[in-house]
Design a protein around this ligand. Structure first.
Ligand SMILES: [Zn+2]
Length: 96
């Protein structure tokens, strides 16, 4: 996720998050609903390791786009485990 800036003549700079390479040329201002041209700015590249940058991006995303779940995660498929017969004498019987 990258932050792209759009310039509104009335409200100033508006920042919008999009996946890298998918930013549209224009955006709609959230306050005055005007079409905003994209403002090209210097890149903000991170030089940390990839897992660390992913953790930083996730932490920043929780402040404005917290993950919301509507249901608990699905249960794993139930696996039937064979049970040992309660009587040790039954263990000698042939099994199907
Ligand atoms: Zn505006």
């Amino acid at each position: 996720m990258a932050t792209y800036q759009y310039r509104c003549a009335r409200d100033g700079i508006i920042e919008v998050g999009h996946p890298i390479g998918t930013a549209p040329a224009t955006a709609v201002c959230p306050t005055c609903a005007a079409d905003l041209p994209r403002a090209f700015t210097a890149l903000m590249l991170g030089f940390a390791s990839r897992p660390l940058m992913a953790a930083i991006d996730r932490a920043e995303a929780t402040s404005c786009e917290p993950a919301v779940v509507s249901a608990p995660p699905p249960r794993p498929a139930h696996r039937r485990t064979p049970m040992a017969p309660p009587n040790p004498a039954l263990r000698r019987l042939p099994r199907p």
